[in-house]
Ligand binder design. Structure first.
Ligand code: VG1
Ligand code: CO
Length: 558
């Protein structure tokens, strides 16, 4: 086979966001659009690409298979030595991270728009991960974007054909050099990795009912996303769960029309079913398998911020942490600070990073971080460099097995020790971009005015006094790289916080995210929506959100 050089012209807007480039499928299918971006990923890595091993796969959404073929042809022409490709192009995001690490690959290309809907009229995405298995840092994504604004040509092997439906090794000769595509089982490596981390023997006895006499009553909902194949193997075959414990386990190109985002709005079917039925645990994942939602009996909701703190508290019941030790913890800035309290008690470092998993990687590589999470249903550890939905459910099952308690009792016990961070997030999706930019810049001016500090805001009989307010900036403790303007935050005297930022994962318009966090030492059994009402009113007042967006209510509340 021979490579060819194709002339092309740049496309605007190939700027990776919080987690890769995400656009409508129709944008990616424009002539040379995908080709340009893939060539820029390779070019951003310079000569290291020649002779390299890359992992390629995605969440199975519409256009994944076509994209795998394009990537293979371009990689072949650019001197990549070998690709590991998931069968049918299927690999969850955590599975790619694990494969990169286990195979000491140079990196990986992940095809997903995560929790965004799929199908011909919806979203697609491409993300590059580095040799540590984690999302490329800002320095690399900035370079990819710069290259995309000036690209003139890409290299491709037009005649390269691979059957990615068959497991096996395909060898080619390209420009006189060998090029190999190995199509691998999508789940095997990941499942083996989970077996090393958790005590599958104990979990089997707990889930199958050998320990307690009755099988665990679970409803694990893959929302027609990529986790289906992983969930069937792990929960049914390895842990002996009853067949009806898992639902929506066939990955579909359009996720069956579902919005594969595990939260109270888009996983409503799960929440309603668990609320009505007889279940000990309900769980859901997003399209690419890195997010998780955990609910208990009667659909008792575990906020992701609390989930992180509880796992931190019980880390020692997981063999991986007994073996490797417990380093520090971390959370993204908008995430409620429940885990900080566990860190304090255990004498561990706790880091606060900008939104997006890429900021955790350096700390993990430096041996300072073993567990981290985000309020956006992301939880994970240093076993890989992505958040990991199935891992989170296995962690929760380990805690349930270890304590013998229900999810609700585990949370109530946690709050009685540490106090409770009430938390909610309001999303205003698909707003007009310009007014949202104006809202953020106006609010930034307001809150960074020196007169703002010390101001008092009152609503529904509660008064909050401003302690500090800024646009969050972060200096990486390891490589000292700086990320500025990562979200507006107003912190009050009692530690309560309002955070406001624009989403970096949408494919059209703007999504405003408003995060409200309030800590109570003793009053821990209230209703979050009631407890947070005053602060929500104050946030709407300070931001003037209604005026700028024209919205009187959010599209999603969690
Ligand atoms: C959102 C979440 C963020 C998460 C990111 C990627 O980003 O808020 O916490 O890391 O999605 O998650 P944004 O910029 O839209 O707020 V996923 O599951 O898309 O890989
Ligand atoms: Co995701």
């Amino acid at each position: 086979l021979k490579s060819a050089t194709v002339q092309t012209t740049p496309y605007e807007g190939q700027k990776p966001g919080t987690s890769g480039l995400r656009k409508k499928v129709k944008v990616f299918t424009q002539k040379n659009y995908t080709e340009n971006f893939v060539q820029c990923i390779l070019d951003a890595n310079g000569s290291a690409i020649s002779g390299s091993l890359l992992v390629v796969g995605g969440d199975g959404r519409y256009y994944c298979k076509e994209a795998v073929e394009i990537i293979a042809r371009i990689c072949a022409a650019n001197g990549v030595a070998k690709l590991l490709v998931g069968q049918n192009g299927i690999l969850s995001t955590p599975a790619v991270s694990s494969l990169i690490r286990h195979n000491k690959a140079y990196g990986g290309i992940i095809l997903t728009a995560s929790h965004n809907p799929g199908g011909p009229d919806n979203d697609f995405g491409i993300k590059f991960n580095c040799s540590n298995g984690g999302p490329a840092p800002d320095g690399v994504t900035d370079k990819i974007f710069q290259l995309s604004t000036a690209i003139k040509e890409y290299k491709i092997v037009e005649d390269l054909k691979i059957d990615i439906s068959k497991i096996g090794t395909n060898c080619y000769e390209v420009d006189g050099k060998p090029f190999v595509v190995e199509v691998i089982d999508s789940v095997e490596n990941y499942v083996n990795h989970m077996k090393e981390i958790f005590d599958f023997g104990k979990l089997h006895d707990f889930v199958s009912g050998k320990k307690t006499g009755t099988p665990l009553k679970a409803r694990i909902d893959s929302m027609n996303g990529v986790t289906g194949s992983y969930v069937r193997e792990i929960f049914l075959n390895c842990l002996g769960a009853t067949p009806d414990s898992v639902v929506h386990t066939t990955p579909l190109e359009d996720f069956g029309g579902l919005h594969p985002d595990p939260n109270l709005t888009y996983a409503k079917d799960l929440v309603d079913t668990v609320a009505k039925g007889d279940y000990d645990i309900g769980a859901a994942f997003d399209g690419d398998g890195d997010r998780n939602m955990i609910i208990g009996r009667n659909a008792f909701f575990v906020t992701p911020s609390d989930s992180l703190a509880v796992i931190a508290h019980y880390l020692e019941c997981i063999p991986y942490f007994r073996k490797n030790g417990i380093q520090g913890f971390a959370r993204s800035m908008p995430t409620a600070s429940a885990v900080d309290l566990v860190g304090q008690k255990l004498g561990k470092e706790v880091f606060e990073v900008p939104t997006g998993w890429k900021y955790f990687g350096n700390l993990m590589d430096a041996g300072r971080l073993c567990l981290c999470g985000e309020e956006s249903f992301g939880t994970g550890s240093n076993h890989i460099r992505e958040k990991d939905g199935v891992w989170a459910v296995l962690a929760w099952l380990s805690i349930m097995e270890h304590t013998g308690k229900s999810i609700e009792d585990i949370l109530k016990n946690h709050w009685s020790i540490y106090g409770r961070n009430y938390f909610t997030r309001y999303d205003y999706e698909e707003c007009e971009l310009e007014p949202c930019n104006q809202m953020i810049s106006t609010m930034e001016k307001t809150i960074t005015d020196p007169a703002f500090k010390g101001r008092e805001f009152s609503s529904l009989g509660k008064t909050y006094k401003v302690k500090v307010a800024d646009n969050f900036g972060y200096t990486d403790p390891v490589d000292k790289s700086v990320a500025s303007k990562q979200g507006l935050r107003v912190v009050f005297e009692d530690g309560s916080r309002i955070v406001m930022r624009l989403s970096g994962t949408g494919s059209s318009g703007a999504t405003v995210r408003m995060y409200i966090d309030s800590y109570e030492k003793d009053n821990v059994l209230g209703k979050a929506s009631e407890m947070l009402k005053p602060l929500i009113n104050i946030a709407l007042e300070i931001s003037d959100l209604q005026k700028f967006t024209g919205r009187t209510a959010p599209t999603v509340i969690t």
